[in-house]
Write a protein that binds this ligand. Structure first.
Ligand code: GDP
Ligand code: GDP
Length: 446
């Protein structure tokens, strides 16, 4: 499993963190599509640079306590970066020079032994400012990379250095044959209770996974002869209660956990109903193409009649309309209701997420679909679908070759998706479609 690296930018206010963030997101990079109906956090962004895919985090978006001193805020932000990121960009400002706060945060970062790339911003003229860059060697965290975020200069070199520190893919996770599950959700929805219940006596090891870049605690469990890894999320660790209340921190922890998982169990509190914040959390799993189960927990607290399940399901489907494929289950970590079924569902969703369909069968389905519903046309030109093949799993990704990409409306792709789902289900997993143009002479072009 290939996991996206997480890169966090740390630095004093006004050094230019968000300017860099925007420059990176806006320039060489295609921003991953927004999920409709989900408010995006400005704090992280999935980016693509050259052949690298990573998640960029602006820790400046985290405001721990506005009454705190700048140094205290920076410490909190640095701590969060150390905890969640694979590589940290530490940003200073050549105009303000080296400050005491910079030195103290640099010490913290150095001690963490996380890869840190030092960047000195506002070097708008290298000729004029280069001498001033040298003093940043004094921080003792390596060579400073001069950039001008505003003028988009030096960013390529900086990112190149950053990507040198990437773990290609965590070898230990590669070899891991267990089903990797992230249990995510707002605070107090019952994440830890669910994991405790699911694990029970089946728990194999509870330890820091040695050698991983991440400071995470995974719980491994054997159940019915299968191995599961429950990935730590904010709810599991009560190390720093104050920080956990921060929404941005919770979001970052969720991103990190989901990135490492195959299946995300999104926990919703039945007693509260489904909320916008739940949608935001669900959007993280959706964007990352994970298998998804929505677990409505604390079901024991609800007074039910024969309509309750349907009504609740409708609410969930409406608020989380961007993931119609998600499975829904009503559980209680308190009474243990349907937790065995949750295990079955995790198995099924994980299988669907990794399912491969033979090309021959796919093409049969597509041709049949085309016969049943004529493809759209524009100004006399009709969409032709030549060929479909599954290019990847986790999530299942299909490439459709057509005569003209512009004619392939979203609704027709959705129609093909529905035909594939009608045959294979693919319950609980998103499906990805890539539309490619192919000339009549059968050469492919982009
Ligand atoms: P943040 O608080 O670290 O996110 O800093 P911002 O990105 O908001 O930038 C703070 C100020 O520095 C803004 O007025 C920016 O326009 C300015 N700034 C950012 N990058 C550069 C740069 O490369 N050169 C110059 N001269 N100004 C910059
Ligand atoms: P987390 O912050 O999401 O990990 O939530 P916890 O697992 O710590 O649970 C928060 C509170 O909800 C605790 O007091 C739990 O005892 C309670 N709780 C969790 N699951 C259930 C449930 O299914 N039913 C009821 N009634 N309470 C629950």
């Amino acid at each position: 499993m290939k996991r996206k690296n997480i890169v966090a930018v740390v630095g004093r206010p006004n050094v230019g963190k968000s300017t860099l963030f925007n420059a990176v997101a806006g320039k060489n990079i295609s921003i991953v599509e927004d999920t409709p109906g989900v408010t995006r956090d400005r704090i992280y962004q999935d980016v693509e640079w050259l052949n690298y895919n990573f998640t960029l985090v602006d820790t400046g978006g985290i405001e721990p306590d506005t009454n705190d001193t700048i140094l205290a805020q920076m410490r909190d932000q640095a701590e969060i970066a150390i905890e969640t990121a694979d590589v940290i960009i530490f940003m200073c400002d050549v105009k303000q020079g080296l400050t005491d706060a910079d030195s103290q945060v640099a010490d913290m970062l150095r001690k963490s032994r996380k890869p840190v790339v030092l960047c000195v911003n506002k070097v708008d003229s290298f000729k004029r400012d280069s001498m001033d860059v040298y003093e940043f060697y004094n921080l003792g965290i390596g060579e400073p990379f001069p950039i001008s975020a505003a003028n988009k200069q030096g960013i390529g070199d900086l990112l190149e250095e950053v990507t040198k520190n990437f773990t290609a893919s965590d070898a230990d996770e590669e070899e891991d044959d267990s089903i990797r599950v992230a249990v995510i959700g707002k605070p107090n929805v019952g994440k830890s209770s669910i994991i405790n219940r699911l694990c029970g006596e089946n728990r194999l090891i509870v330890s820091d996974v040695a050698g991983t870049t991440r400071d995470a605690i995974d719980t491994e469990v054997k159940y019915n002869g299968k191995k599961y890894t429950f990935i730590d999320t904010a709810g599991l660790r009560r190390k720093n209660k104050v920080k956990e209340k921060l929404e941005e921190y919770m979001i970052l922890r969720t991103v990190t956990a989901v990135e490492r998982a195959d299946v995300a169990v999104i926990v919703i509190n039945a007693d509260e109903g489904v909320t916008e914040q739940d949608a935001k959390i669900a959007g993280i799993a959706h964007d990352r193409g994970k298998g998804v189960i929505i677990a409505v927990n604390k079901w024991d607290l609800i007074e039910k009649d024969n309509k309750t399940v349907n009504e609740f399901t409708k609410d969930v489907r409406t608020t989380l309309s961007f993931m119609p494929y998600a499975e829904i289950i009503f559980i209680s970590a308190e009474t243990g209701q349907r937790l065995v079924k949750l295990y079955d569902m995790i198995d099924a969703v994980s299988e669907n997420h990794a399912m491969r369909v033979a090309t021959g069968v796919l093409n049969e389905i597509m041709m049949q679909a085309v016969v049943m519903q004529q493809p759209p046309s524009d100004k006399g030109k009709m969409l032709k679908l030549y060929y479909i093949t599954q290019a990847a799993v986790k999530p299942p990704t299909f490439v459709i070759f057509v005569n003209d990409k512009k004619l392939m409306h979203f609704s027709y792709t959705r129609y093909i998706e529905n035909q594939i789902r009608a045959s294979f289900g693919f319950k609980g997993t998103p499906l990805k479609f890539i539309i490619r143009e192919r000339n009549n002479d059968k050469t492919t072009k982009k």
